[in-house]
Structure formats: C-alpha cells, structure tokens
Design a protein around this ligand. Sequence first.
Ligand code: FES
Length: 292
Amino acid sequence: MNLKTSWKNQIWPLRVLRAWLGVTWIYAGWDKASDPGFLTSGSPTFIGTQLSAYATSSPVGFAINKMLEHSTQIGIFVMLTEFAIGAATLLWIAPTWAALGGFGMSLSLWLASSWHVKPYFLASDSAYTILWLSYFLFLYGSRRKNKVSLDRRGFLRVSTVAAIAVAGAGVGKLFPKATSANTSAASPGRKSTSKKIIKDAAFKVGAIQTFVAKNGTPAVLFRTKTGVFAYSAVCTHEGCTVQFNSASKHLQCGCHGAVFDPFKGAKVLSGPANSPLAKIKIATEGAWIVEA
Ligand code: FES
C-alpha cells in the first residue's frame, strides 16, 4: 500500500490517532536534538542526570542504574528512535513495527520516569502506552495489507526512515533551543520550598548522609568543622552515582573510575569526568538541615 492509499483507506479516528502519534514522536526527537544539554555531561538536562533521577523512584531503578554508564549512547538511541517511529508512522513504512516500538518506548518511559505520578492518569506516558497499544493491535489485525517485504523496495523504505531520523537529529543540533542554566532555579514570583534532610542535632562533625535532592537525583551531605555542605552524587561523566570511600575520603564513581574530592569543592582528582560534582544549596531551618 502506498502512502496516499494508506491515509485514504483509514477511517477518520485512525487518521487523527496516526497523525497525533507520528507528529508527537517527531517533536519528541526534535526536542532532544535541539537541547544543547541533552548529550552534554553535567548539564541539568543531560540524559545521564535524567536517568539518575528516574532510578531513585522507578520500580525498574536497578535496570536504569546498570544503564547509566552508557547514558550518552542511550540518549542518542532514544532521540533517533523517536524520529524514526514518528516518520515511519506518518509515511506508512513498517507501520506495525513502528507502533510496536512506540508502545515499547512509552511503556519504558512510564516505568522509568512517571511511575510515581499520582493519580496515574496525570502521567502522559500512561496514555501514550495505551494509544500506541490500541493502534498496534489494529494494525496487527490487518497486517497482511501492511506487510513490508524485505525486497529492494522495502529496504529502501526502511533506509529512508533511518535517514530521516539521522537528518532530523543533525538539523536539531543546528537550531539549539535556549535552556535555563539551572532547572532547579526558582521561577519568578514563585516561592521556593526547602526540603528537610536530617535533624541538625543528629548530624555530628565528620558525619555523611546520602539523600535524594529536590530534582530527584541522589546527593551526599557532609559536616566538617567548617560547616555543612552537599554535592550531587551524579557523576559528571555519564551520570552514574558516586559513592563515598571512607578509606580515601573521596567520592568515587564505579562506572569508569572518576574520583572527586568532596573537601575541595568536589573537584576532579582523576578522570574521565572533566567537571566537579554539582554543589547543592544547604541551609538550617529550625532544628533541620534543609536543601534550600
Ligand atoms: S559515569 Fe563514567 S566515571 Fe562516572
């Protein structure tokens, strides 16, 4: 079936669904491609930072933690796959596989990033999971008409989708969107809320406390004779979680071996990370040490 016939043969509700899903998936790929921080280690929107935040609240956090050391590759894969699924859906190229891919990706995002959203229907990933599943089941039921044979023509059509995905990602990089330097910065006119970490009296000099920061990522709190301070535990290389080594008194990353000195501004002692761990603003409010 060619492109024109594929649209003509579909009933209106399916055309609307197909157009919405295809356009949205292309936009999702574009949003990542045009975000200068998405593949930049240490950026608030870096894919590794996002995955690290997902791991703290997801039921599949153990699997996400294992993926963290390959964050950049995962980010590139997700971006290209979103472009490819959107283009394949709109252009009627392997549409059943594209719908299955859209379902799998939405389900993964639901489990990873929005599982904790309550009530569940406020998470758009849950709605997209069902929309893609419904569309896939419809296409699967009429798959004989949609079959893409692996002949020369079929290969060319699938290659077209791959080329569109790569071109979309490349063009997105040429039009970077403006991003805020710090996503946790308070919005004008909006009161920033602090987050309790531990009772001041219970946190003695020399103590260390891990906690989940306001942006959902893991963090570490220290108290020395000079005061209380905290750093993000998200490694500035690929986003794995650093751990405190009580023997060396350093924060170490188990993925590729980066070492940071928490008592000297979390500066890098050995690579492959290039930048220090992000500092977290700490304050004391009443009896509590809080993230400001
Ligand atoms: S993620 Fe590579 S050294 Fe930490």
